[in-house]
Design a protein around this ligand. Structure first.
Ligand SMILES: Cc1ncc(COP(=O)(O)O)c(C=O)c1O
Length: 390
């Protein structure tokens, strides 16, 4: 979350004063319905389902697409664990693929990981970075696979003119506290496929056969869960949505300046980017030849008063830290554990994505801000250059 203020307070006040906090049973046409319409328009998709969080959105996408036991879903080895949790929630197993120097899903390794059981690929836009979607969509088309975009860190980003989250068969967004826009906890599933939308709608609302709109649903009903959004959070999100383009413009302007200023430094190279214009601009990543060089640079930056992260340190974003998954504990009991529901369970080892680990050890992240003054930005860049030159 970058910017929040009085407008959000006012929007929440209105909802509370209205006495209608629930999206259904009197709330139809209210904040949540409006947000779904506005988000669909912003992203350029037919359907949005507002949900409680990004994990729920990705799970709805899995269930919506009919992914289930016996299926494999390819996910990157560098992402928040929730990406790999979503297939498990549907009864499928995640298969881990390397990232390349862009720190996004490596299309070459994706193709290597395809088996007769593969049903979907999940590109993840870590730090708002577009993936190589041309290659990923090409592979999916060639092998008859679905693509579920994990756009949880990329609210509003785009790739070659199309918004992230509108390129694959379904997508998930997060609006938790750390995201580009936020309501504390929230999410959205998007799709252009009406049947996928209907199944997501059923799943996110306990089976929804009891709702007024149930008569319009053509898909078969099944038991779901409860991932419903509420009117207070949707009201906050509608205000946040109005801020989205401004936030992105600020972040992108900073990233472009930093990229331009650092392009010719010899101590590191910029990790390759698949679409700088569509990149959300939150993070500039610098790639070093060795981990020792990366760490020495990080230390010199700290001496200059600049905190810069090394992604290998980022806990649950690195597969080696996904303990329940690495231990094949895919659910709360063995009968519904996806690893027991396939004839060919995957084998996970700590070194199975060594290229990813090496890249994460050798990268250093610089963070941008949509509100920093130009003078402060140039002073920041000067310190980075000083640290780079030792
Ligand atoms: C890449 C990625 N996927 C999925 C999620 C899950 O989103 P949420 O925390 O809203 O459930 C996150 C959230 O941090 C994320 O960063």
């Amino acid at each position: 979350m970058y910017i929040i203020g009085e407008e959000e307070v006012e929007a929440v006040r209105k909802v509370i004063e209205s006495g209608q906090l629930f999206r259904y049973r009197g709330g139809e046409g209210g904040e949540t319905d409006q947000f779904e319409k506005e988000w669909s328009e912003k992203i350029g998709v037919e359907h949005t389902i507002a949900v409680t969080n990004g994990t729920a959105a990705l799970a709805c996408a899995m269930i919506g697409l009919g992914i289930g036991p016996g299926d494999e879903v390819i996910v990157p080895a560098y992402t928040f664990m929730a990406t790999a949790v979503a297939p498990l929630m549907a009864g499928a197993v995640p298969i881990l693929a390397e990232v390349d120097e862009s720190l996004t899903l490596d299309p070459i390794d994706v193709e290597r990981k395809i088996t007769p059981r593969t049903k979907a690929i999940m590109p993840v836009y870590m730090n708002g970075w577009p993936c190589n979607m041309e290659a990923i969509m090409g592979i999916a088309y060639k092998h008859g696979l679905k693509v579920v975009e994990d756009a949880c860190q990329a609210d509003g980003g785009s790739y070659k003119g199309k918004r992230l989250g509108s390129i694959g068969h379904a997508s998930g967004f997060s609006f938790n506290h750390f995201k580009i826009i936020s309501c504390g906890e929230g999410g959205a599933m998007c799709t252009n496929d009406h049947a996928v939308y209907e199944r997501g709608l059923i799943y996110h609302d306990s089976g929804c056969c009891f709702r007024g709109h149930a008569s319009e649903i053509e898909s078969e009903f099944f038991v779901g869960t409860n991932f419903r959004m509420n009117e207070i959070l949707a009201a906050i999100l509608r205000v946040q949505l109005g801020r989205l383009d401004g936030i992105l413009a600020g972040l992108r302007a900073e990233k472009k300046t930093i990229v331009c200023e650092l392009a010719n430094e010899s101590a590191f190279k910029l990790n390759p980017m698949h679409d700088l214009d569509g990149d959300c601009g939150t993070t500039v990543s610098l790639l070093f030849e060795t981990e020792a060089e990366a760490r020495a640079f990080q230390k010199r930056l700290a001496d200059e008063g600049i905190g810069a992260g090394c992604p290998i340190d980022s806990g649950l974003h690195v597969y080696t830290n996904w303990d329940p998954i690495m231990n094949y504990q895919g659910a709360h009991c063995s009968q519904v554990n996806a690893f027991n529901l396939t004839d060919t369970p995957p084998t996970y080892t700590m070194d199975m994505c060594e290229k990813t680990l090496s890249l994460l050890r050798r990268s250093i992240y610089l963070m941008t801000s949509p509100t920093r003054t130009k003078d402060d930005l140039m002073a920041f860049i000067a310190k980075v250059k000083k640290a780079a030159r030792g």
